[in-house]
Unconditional design. Structure first.
Length: 126
């Protein structure tokens, strides 16, 4: 028996999954502060049919100041995105208006040139 070979103050560790009953033994084997410890209950998932427990990573709670900073940053990013979209839309509409005005001006210039070139000829005929 293991207790017979353990020195004073020693410990016998029983670490089996399916252990047999511990037989009766004389008290003198425990004398001099020897002890018997079972570790089978500390690792119940090591049984062949069990799987190890799933451990979720610990995520400490966020600091309220960090949450506020993140919320402010998100709101600022949304504002900047909306502002950029509005600016782009405005620039496109201004560009389109300039192109329309330029095309209208060219059409008016062409019409005026045609009128001016046809007017002197008519004036000479009279």
């Amino acid at each position: 028996m293991a207790l017979q070979g353990v020195a004073k103050g020693g410990t016998v560790v029983c670490g089996g999954i399916h252990m047999s009953d511990i037989p009766a033994f004389p008290y003198r084997l425990l004398w001099q502060e020897r002890s018997i410890v079972s570790v089978a209950n500390l690792t119940p998932w090591r049984h062949a049919s069990d799987s190890p427990p799933i451990r979720q990573p610990y995520e400490p709670p966020k600091d309220p100041l960090v949450q506020r900073r993140d919320a402010n940053k998100q709101a600022s990013d949304q504002y900047k995105a909306k502002k950029k979209a509005a600016k782009t839309e405005y620039n496109q509409s201004v560009k389109s208006a300039k192109q329309d005005k330029s095309a209208e001006k060219k059409a008016n210039d062409a019409k005026m040139k045609q009128e001016m070139s046809s007017t002197p000829a008519d004036a000479q005929k009279n």
